[in-house]
Design a protein. Structure first.
Length: 173
């Protein structure tokens, strides 16, 4: 489990993006990771998804695709995933099981943009008041490097990690 039920993000969620596998292996990835804009599409490319191998959602105009960025530097974070992402194992078209709160690559994904949540998808050891940055592979990081290196701030840690490795993060994308 990557998200605990103790959370409040009701005022700003985003369901306008489609999730693509990208370069990070996503075999049964839990919720609570940072989704960033796919680096191969920008501007007009967000409409056509040309060259990305992405086909679902075309024609809806400005849908955008997100992935877990391999490197934090230069990543454009959009939100924290509220659903687990699983690879679809069948040759049949993927059908969402809403009882599992799961999505598949190339399907819509719910993202939290403002509010707070409790997650263990953390890179580093946070203390209360530390700035939260986008980290590698969609993790929330405690380090952002030096000014100007392109690592985006996504919020602030409100607590230290508990004994299970979970901490509360206030989001502000």
């Amino acid at each position: 489990m990557a998200l605990k039920p103790d959370r409040d993000y009701g005022l700003d969620t985003n369901i306008s993006h489609y999730f693509v596998a990208g370069t990070v292996t996503i075999a049964n990835t839990d919720a609570g990771r940072i989704a960033s804009l796919e680096t191969s599409t920008s501007g007009v490319g967000m409409d056509s998804n040309a060259g990305s191998g992405f086909t679902q959602g075309q024609g809806f105009g400005n849908v955008g695709t997100v992935e877990f960025a391999t490197l934090a530097s230069g990543a454009v974070p959009v939100g924290v995933t509220l659903q687990s992402v699983e690879n679809h194992q069948s040759q049949e078209p993927a059908r969402r099981n809403f009882n599992k709160n799961v999505t598949y690559p190339s399907m819509k994904i719910a993202l939290a943009r403002r509010g707070w949540l409790v997650t263990n998808r953390i890179n580093g050891t946070p203390t209360a008041g530390d700035v939260a940055y986008v980290g590698p592979s969609g993790l929330i990081s405690t380090t952002g490097g030096v000014d100007g290196d392109g690592i985006a701030v996504i919020g602030r840690f409100e607590t230290t990690e508990d004994s299970d490795g979970f901490a509360r993060v206030h989001l502000n994308f």
